[in-house]
Ligand binder design. Structure first.
Ligand SMILES: [Zn+2]
Length: 268
């Protein structure tokens, strides 16, 4: 039998052994929210799930894949039918409780892999709190920001820089096409940039955000829920993006394993 890497499929002695072997507990985090007229509401969950599944299966016994935190922070999307949004405080507490449980079972390294942009400040806090409150080193990463992904995305990019890769865009649509093309209706894909532009302050997954941090209600920014250009998407691009993201997460798994916890010094 091939070695198990999915936490949920393990017995408790197997989980004990994985923790003792310094396996990195990989925790996917996403949300359920509208992704235009052409993509399902599970896009962030599906993409993040695929990237982490590939990464952890490639990493062998160096990591385990914890079942995902499905719901996230999407209050600005509620004008569209579909989003299931969890309040900021609930979300943080839930995430810390998940990580605290993993630390309790002996996992000394936890990597939160996030698939939804608006979860970013909260997964940062979840990682910080877990690291200072437990003995587990805990870090968070957005999968599209894993090492190497930006370079691959920019080399494939046909949409505007900045703005073409943001939400239900060239990037996300390509990735979904590579996973489950039967669920993507490209006849309904619309090219839509924010119609309230301000110089180059478009948000963009790949090019990065500007210096200002602000999020208006999504319905004030987009008619269809799209931000970017899904008409430039292809399954071929998606496969390369997913492969790059998985390779980047494997790199981070190894980085986490290599990092020894530093000794605290209480100077009181
Ligand atoms: Zn998304």
């Amino acid at each position: 039998m091939a070695a198990k890497y999915r936490y949920g499929e393990m017995t408790w002695p197997e989980i004990k052994a994985a923790a003792q072997a310094q396996s990195v507990a990989v925790v996917p985090v996403a949300t359920i929210e509208d992704h235009g007229l052409h993509l399902p509401v599970d896009t962030d969950l599906r993409l993040c799930g695929e990237v982490t599944e590939r990464a952890v299966s490639q990493a062998g016994d160096r990591s385990v894949l914890v079942p995902p935190i499905t719901h996230g922070y999407s209050p600005h999307h509620m004008d569209f039918p579909g989003p299931i949004s969890i309040g900021a405080d609930t979300f943080i507490k839930y995430g810390v409780d998940v990580c605290r449980s993993l630390a309790h079972h002996g996992f000394s390294r936890i990597l939160i892999v996030n698939g939804h942009g608006s979860n970013t400040p909260f997964v940062d806090i979840i990682a910080r709190l877990t690291t200072v409150e437990t003995s587990a080193l805990t870090a968070a990463v957005n999968y599209w920001a894993a090492p190497g992904v930006r370079e691959v995305a920019e080399s494939l990019r046909e949409s505007e820089r900045v703005g073409g890769m943001n939400h239900a865009c060239e990037f996300e649509t390509s990735a979904y096409l590579a996973i489950a093309p039967q669920l993507v209706d490209m006849t309904k894909a619309r090219h839509e940039l924010s119609y309230r532009p301000s110089k180059n302050y478009w948000t963009d997954l790949i090019a990065g955000d500007g210096p200002l941090v602000m999020m208006e209600n999504w319905s004030a920014l987009s008619q269809t829920g799209v931000m970017g250009d899904p008409t430039k998407a292809s399954a071929e691009k998606g496969e390369k993006l997913l492969a790059a993201a998985a390779a980047g997460i494997v790199e981070l798994i190894d980085e986490m394993r290599a990092r020894e916890p530093a000794k605290r010094q209480d100077h009181h």
